[in-house]
Design a protein around this ligand. Structure first.
Ligand code: NPG
Length: 366
């Protein structure tokens, strides 16, 4: 497939409510979108790097720079999506930037052949169960109200962000108020150390589905030690940035569940490899989220429809983030999101809405 050029488009999107994690608070989103233009059509990709390098080392200005200077120029003149990763491999890191580029090329390729991303990836379901990630709040009553609202909307699983000082008490309060039947899990975003193992053991009494990324990103050995100590299954997010790293985590016993975020691992093809690997080892996976617009969400929902995704993901409805998405919104139906069936990711930005939120565009001719 020949590519005429690639548009880098920055958009600014508010968040309905501030979202607080162990590494900071976010009130708005600064997002980089990629549009690949070919002689026959186009393809879209969303870069999930955040404005600041707090979740991992990537950040949106850095991703744009890496794309402009190294990654886009490295694409061959005649490109297939399944050769993009190899063309970008000489450049270390920058998984989120690479993922956005590969996604846009893949979308263009699939649109041209009339095939959906879900079918290409091997999806076996036409809808996926939706969970929601609930940020750290100022008080437990405020948290209980937020959780009650999400349950009323139909979310099938609740994830609570935790950090030292906001863990056992809010988890206990949610469990007591909503009962043992609620699918509940927690996410620490690497906020603890192995010295906190005793404290984290206190979470065991709440019957959580999992504790996500309790320790630092590069602590696979210590995650293995913690996994042996906790009854609650340990799930890795930040630690797994490739299928090789997932294999290392599984063989060390660092986790029994993996959160797969395509951006974090360099794209949907690597995400599928991690899915396949985990499935072969009996390790459950679920699809994470990075507060995506409908572009990234559409692709995540397609991935989450693969058979190894046996736990509800952070694939929430568009209304969880904003009043207006740039694509037709993803809405909950009976706690599920429908998997798009159209060619490629199956959705496109609404031009008028996209223009309204655009802060800059840049064209890179190939
Ligand atoms: O609904 O997309 C969503 C957010 C899910 O909690 C979520 N993402 O660590 O998994 C995470 C977390 C996150 C949010 C990470 C923002 C980085 C930035």
């Amino acid at each position: 497939m020949k590519i005429n050029g690639i548009e880098l488009r920055r958009i600014a999107m508010p968040l309905k409510a501030p979202f607080r994690t162990s590494f900071g608070e976010q009130t708005a989103r600064d997002i980089l979108l990629l549009r690949v233009e070919t002689p026959d059509g186009e393809g879209w990709g969303e870069c999930v790097a955040m404005a600041e390098p707090r979740y991992n080392s990537e950040y949106v200005d850095g991703a744009a720079a890496a794309l402009r200077r190294f990654l886009v120029p490295a694409l061959p003149g005649d490109v297939r999506a399944n050769t993009v990763a190899a063309a970008l491999e000489p450049f270390k890191g920058h998984q989120m930037a690479k993922a956005a580029l590969e996604s846009a090329v893949l979308d263009a390729e699939l649109r041209a052949s009339g095939r959906s991303l879900a079918s290409y990836l091997g999806a076996t379901r036409n809808r996926v169960p939706s969970g929601v990630s609930v940020g750290i709040m100022d008080s437990v009553p405020e948290l209980l109200d937020a959780v009650a609202g999400f349950i009323a909307e139909g979310y099938l699983r609740i994830k609570l962000k935790i950090a030292p000082g906001w863990d056992v008490e809010p988890v206990r309060a949610v469990r007591e108020r909503f009962g043992d039947g609620l699918l509940l899990q927690v996410d620490a975003n690497a906020a603890y150390t192995l010295a906190d193992a005793r404290h984290l053991e206190r979470l065991d009494e709440f019957g959580l589905l999992l504790v996500e990324q309790p320790l630092a990103d590069d602590d696979l050995v210590q995650h293995a030690e913690l996994s042996r100590r906790l009854a609650t299954p340990v799930c890795l997010d930040e630690s797994v940035d490739s299928a090789a790293q997932a294999a290392a985590a599984i063989s060390l016993g660092s986790c029994s569940i993996v959160n797969i975020k395509p951006g974090r691992v360099g794209g949907y093809l690597e995400a599928r490899r991690i899915h396949d690997l985990c499935r072969a080892h009996g390790v459950a996976v679920w699809c994470g989220g990075m507060l995506e617009t409908g572009i990234g969400r559409a692709a995540n929902v397609a991935l989450a429809a693969l058979p190894g995704f046996t736990l509800p993901g952070d694939t929430s409805a568009s209304s969880r983030y904003d009043t207006t998405d740039i694509t037709p919104p993803f809405a909950l139906s009976d706690g599920h999101l429908d998997v798009p069936t159209g060619p490629g990711i199956g959705v496109e930005p609404v031009p008028a809405i996209l223009d309204e939120v655009t802060t800059s565009t840049e064209w890179i001719a190939l």
